[in-house]
Design a protein. Sequence first.
Length: 368
Amino acid sequence: MKNFAQNLSKSGEPVGRALSFLKKIVMGKTRVRFWFLIVIVAVIVAGISLFSNKEMEFVEPKVVLDNFMAAGVPKYIGESHDYDKIFTELNNSGMKIFFPTFQYQEVPEAKSLNYEADFLVPCTSDSPAFKGLRQYGIKLLVPGELIYNPISDLPPLSDDPLKEIINCAGREAIAGVMSYDEPFWRDYLKASENLYRRVKEVDPTIPVYMVQGPLPSVVIDGSTKRPITESEVQYYFQIIKKYNRYADIIGFDVYPIPMKIAQVTTPYAGGATLDHKKTVYDYAKWLKENSGGKPYFMALQAFSYEKLGQDWMLEPTAGSKFPTKTELIDMVSAAKENGASIFWWGQSFLSATSTDINFWNTIKEVSR
């Protein structure tokens, strides 16, 4: 890292500010500390290379953005592997765009039912997954990360997997391609640009979605915690705005309940942690003011932090509760007040307990 920083020392003010920020962040054992370091690396790379890229010829994408989208279904529904059942569940709940994730565990290791493969290559147009999409009027949000490895070269255009997926689903059943999850935090910004350009080579009318993560309100400096500064907040959102050029539909994932665990700040909070409604409102407002006319969405919390486990949180997650119906309505209302569509995330972690089933029924009720 020292040599990396030295090599960039001549690159001007953006890099200088990034390096100054970097000096404040000390590597620790928690994922929060690691992610902050990744942020700075991404910022440095952004300051050097982003605006030297050649612009693409713009073709208006065929945008499909429904009011409610779903990242999977609860495990107890998904494990049936019955797409009549799965798509009926979504269709009757007003969730018309489906992102295929069947992950049901985060720690100590990620586990999935592995049915994501039903929507990938090799595929056939008469498979239950693709037939079900067309039959129930559900549109597929293709998981870009599963067809384009972010740390490998893209496949030859002549053998691109997206082409085959379009052929299997039918173009009208494709809502778009989801770019890499929270690319800024993971230093996948260049990979996101490459994904965007490839999708447009395959079919320029297919929109690319991109979701970015929120900012924590707490930074780890050595052995102490400190509030994030206003200058750090503004610098982050400045870079996010510039990188949104590599998506047609943009969003944030914000999971603010409970405040003590989430510890999320907003573009307008001066580094403070706000309640769930104001947090979602601020991120949706920022999208409204900075989208440049692009459609936008908010990925909202359809889980409890206890479901995700402790490994990547600063505060204990045991005993954390699901958002209540009132809190769900608050978040949806705050997003929609600013013109954002809703993308539910986390329901694939729900099991067949009465508590989980009741929570999923509440999400469906709010969506309808």
